[in-house]
Design a protein around this ligand. Structure first.
Ligand SMILES: *Cc1c(COP(=O)(O)O)cnc(C)c1O
Length: 421
């Protein structure tokens, strides 16, 4: 469910006409819906209302300060993967005791900063990282609360670039080594064994991989308790999918997901920490772009638009499918044309939609790439010296630019000439 709908024949974000934003901000731009963000957070929160659970929004999905502040005000914690994200979360008003620090390559400087802030926990992904954290914590005379990320070796049945829980992935420690690594963790100074972490992948649309992973998690809790570890929380990761193709994708409802968690882990009497990203932000954003040219090629028809892989990398990076909606509803009933929607960037891989039956667009039309709120703006670049894409947030009948489009002067001024030139 989201709040991007047609009213009076034109696409609206909540109560604001998308064309009005385009007229004021220019194109391309991202547009986020406060009501949708809020709803997604609250549906998840309600699903876990009868469990001791903390939602740590995986802010790598969308880390705009306005998005973070909206979620922080609802009580969300955050899952961060860098010092930059930790600073962004703190700037948005998230208290450190609701922040989990994940990622395979934390530097010592990042560890020290997170320890000085007093975060809820570190998700540690290797033995060398555990030793580094022990050193840093000892030096600072702190105790680092730690969960070891255990790789359950299950297939999340998702795209290979977003699958993380198989033994060939770089993430976590092998299940078979977990008991030994926990023993070592408990013996290290500065390390406080607090929980277990698992995250099997992203855009998961089937509950079975979760069931398999949670069974492994439960067995590990029993083993670790028998070995004398006093665990406080279980971090079950994120990964719940969203309907990129609303006619065919049917991801599980958060209620069903919560029921699987309750059934598998409820009896363990541990706090559940989760790190959803996409399911909160994905459907809460669209990328709005204007059609530049309608080009009938030898074998294909191309709609050339002013957005590209520099604004939205997902189609190029993951062969991702995202719906494309015309801004004018009338175009939806015209006979569709098989086409590619492509951007101006000098790469064959620069496309937003490929081989799709879409309306016959004309120059000047606006269109929206749907479900672009997660892993969209955060991956934007300035390749081809394009200006970083602006972001807009809507709330009811109001909108605000929450990241302005830079000027060309600002773009060029980022470079500094050496004194010999
Ligand atoms: C990316 C990531 C998430 C969030 O994944 P979503 O699919 O966006 O929910 C959660 N935990 C970890 C460790 C991640 O790397």
């Amino acid at each position: 469910m989201h709040h991007f709908t047609y009213k009076n024949g034109v696409l609206h974000a909540e109560d604001v006409a998308v064309a009005d934003i385009a007229a004021s901000v220019g194109t391309p731009f991202y547009c986020y819906s406060t009501a949708t963000l809020t709803r997604h957070y609250q549906v998840l929160e309600q699903a876990f209302a009868n469990q001791d659970a903390l939602i740590c929004y995986a802010m790598k999905a969308n880390s705009n300060q306005a998005v973070l502040k909206t979620l922080a005000k609802l009580g969300a914690g955050m899952d961060v993967v860098s010092e930059g994200e930790l600073r962004r979360a703190r700037a948005a008003g998230v208290t450190a005791d609701k922040i989990i620090f994940a990622g395979v390559g934390k530097t010592r400087a990042e560890m020290a900063y997170a320890l000085s802030e007093g975060i809820l926990g570190f998700n540690v992904e290797s033995l060398p990282e555990l030793h580094a954290l022990s050193d840093v914590a000892t030096e600072l005379r702190k105790q680092a609360p730690v969960s070891i990320r255990v790789n359950p070796d299950v297939d999340a049945k998702t795209h290979e670039k977003i699958s993380t829980g198989k033994s060939e992935n770089k993430f976590g420690v092998p299940y078979a080594d977990a008991v030994n690594i926990y023993a070592e963790a408990a013996s290290l100074p500065g390390i406080d064994v607090a929980g277990i972490h698992m995250h099997i992948g992203s855009q998961i649309t089937d509950l079975m991989p979760y069931r398999d992973a949670f069974r492994v998690l439960r067995e590990l809790v029993v083993e670790l308790r028998a070995a004398g570890h006093k665990l406080r929380h279980l971090d079950i990761g994120g990964g719940l999918g969203v309907p990129y193709d609303s006619a065919n994708d049917v991801p599980p409802h958060p209620d069903e997901y919560a029921a699987v968690v309750q059934e598998a882990l409820g009896a363990l009497d541990l706090k559940i920490v989760m790190e959803p990203g996409r399911v909160i932000a994905g459907n809460a954003g669209i990328l709005v772009s204007r059609v530049l040219y309608w080009k009938v090629g030898a074998e294909r028809t191309f709609t050339i638009v002013d957005a590209s892989m520099t604004e939205l990398l997902r189609p190029t990076l993951y062969e991702a499918y995202q719906e494309v909606w015309p801004e004018r509803e009338a175009l939806k009933v015209e006979t569709p044309v098989l086409q590619d929607v492509v951007g101006p960037v000098c790469e064959s891989g620069d496309y937003l939609a490929k081989g799709r039956e879409l309306p016959p667009f004309s120059e000047g039309d606006l269109l929206a790439v749907m479900t672009a709120g997660a892993y969209g703006a955060v991956m934007a670049s300035t390749y081809n010296s394009r200006l970083l894409v602006p972001e807009v947030m809507v709330s009811g009948d109001k909108f605000a630019v929450v990241r302005p489009r830079p000027s060309y002067e600002e773009l060029i001024a980022q470079d500094v000439l050496p004194d010999w030139l």
